[in-house]
Design a protein around this ligand. Structure first.
Ligand code: M6R
Length: 369
């Protein structure tokens, strides 16, 4: 049932292009408009929402962090993202105009379930993004947008994450469409780009040989740091989480802009630092700032592992290892940038002799608070 792969995780990484395509299927019509009537949430609720709050745990939380950039940019509705386990304990401000989005692969995560119950008690509308038909979280929500990743067996979430991102983009674009934001042209263009993304994920998967080799060469390291900015910051957090849970290594993700506020003190000779570089197109200021971050850490001895768009030549002189990803619109970059980090963690775990599909101390769904 592993379909010829050594681990479910490898199979699930490979299934990502299909999972992404399946999650888009039937949700964009021939004219390029989004058709999400299936969520069965009245358009008036979506039009009147004055705040979006996303609650989730672990990898799903990282999808939520990325969704915030998309929702605020395309809809101009303020969006908060909170760890589900923190949410209800701080008496959050919620009312009928708040749209709460609960993201969960399993649909059974107790922290997320308790957060959504709390939100509904306060009168908020809850929309679940979930991969498991008929599970508790969608059953207890007002509406649901299913991801179509198929069953995810490995404890480490991979294809579910990419499809959660797709669902978040769809939802953000749909909110923009329903509310008629001034970004209408951009929204139409992104919908077109989204349709290409599955093929781009496939291209990334075809080029993972050097990433695996690099991972094996780092098997005896104790620490790996991850840096990113804008939507690359949650990608860095996700890369670090994958490495912790699979390779049992100390791994931390930082916002690259925070480097000089503390983390740069950690840089020492030969420390591997993975840097997710924003596109030089679009918000090029961020690109240039991150290139100087790479220079700074390399000057202090870091071994730089740079994930950068094809054609980005500015990073070449400072990259000890360069991983190329296809050019995408700025907000969609996590779809391709995350994939090498999944492969990296999986290969490091294997090289360290760890159980890839069932890491120690972890369960696939966490049904206790
Ligand atoms: O089923 P959920 O999406 O609600 O699960 C949330 C987290 O427990 C999950 O993403 C966890 O962090 C994964 N093991 C990460 O790979």
């Amino acid at each position: 049932e592993k379909g010829g792969y050594d681990y479910f995780m490898l199979k699930e990484i490979a299934e990502q292009p299909k999972a992404v395509a399946d999650t888009l299927l039937g949700r964009i019509d021939a004219s390029g408009a989004l058709t999400l009537d299936e969520v069965r949430i009245p358009q008036s609720v979506l039009r009147e929402a004055d705040k979006v709050v996303i609650v989730a745990c672990g990898t799903a939380f990282h999808a939520g962090l990325i969704a915030k950039y998309a929702i605020e940019h395309w809809t101009r509705i303020p969006c908060e993202v909170e760890l589900a386990s923190e949410f209800r304990y701080r008496d959050p401000i919620l009312d009928q105009q708040t749209l709460v989005i609960a993201i969960s692969q399993s649909g059974e995560t107790m922290d997320t379930l308790m957060a959504l119950r709390h939100a509904r008690e306060q009168g908020a509308k809850v929309l679940a993004i979930c991969n498991t038909n008929g599970s508790t979280i969608p059953r207890e929500s007002d509406a649901v947008l299913y991801t179509h990743a198929g069953p995810e067996v490995a404890v480490a979430s991979t294809k579910a994450f990419l499809t959660q991102l797709v669902a978040c983009y769809l939802l953000a674009l749909y909110l923009g469409q329903v509310r008629g934001t001034k970004w209408a042209d951009e929204i139409r263009a992104v919908v077109r780009d989204l349709a290409q993304i599955s093929g781009q994920v496939d291209r990334v998967l075809e080029t993972m040989g050097p990433v695996r080799e690099l991972a094996r060469s780092l098997a005896d390291k104790n620490t790996v740091l991850f840096l990113g900015r804008h939507v690359g910051y949650p990608v860095a957090l996700e890369g670090a989480l994958k490495l912790k849970e699979l390779a049992y290594m100390h791994a931390e993700g930082f916002a690259a802009g925070e480097l000089k506020h503390g983390p740069i003190a950690l840089i020492e000779e030969d420390l591997p630092v993975v840097v997710v570089v924003p596109s030089p197109r679009g918000r090029s200021v961020l690109h240039d700032k991150i290139v100087s971050n790479i220079q700074e850490i390399r000057a202090r001895g870091a071994r730089t592992i740079v994930i950068a768009e094809e054609g980005d030549e500015a990073v070449v002189p400072y990259a000890d290892h360069l991983v190329r990803i296809p050019a995408t619109p700025v907000l969609l970059q996590p779809m391709v940038a995350t994939v090498p980090l999944q492969v990296f963690a999986c290969e490091l775990a294997t090289a360290r002799g760890n159980e890839v599909d069932q890491p120690r101390n972890l369960a696939k769904s966490v049904t206790v608070e």
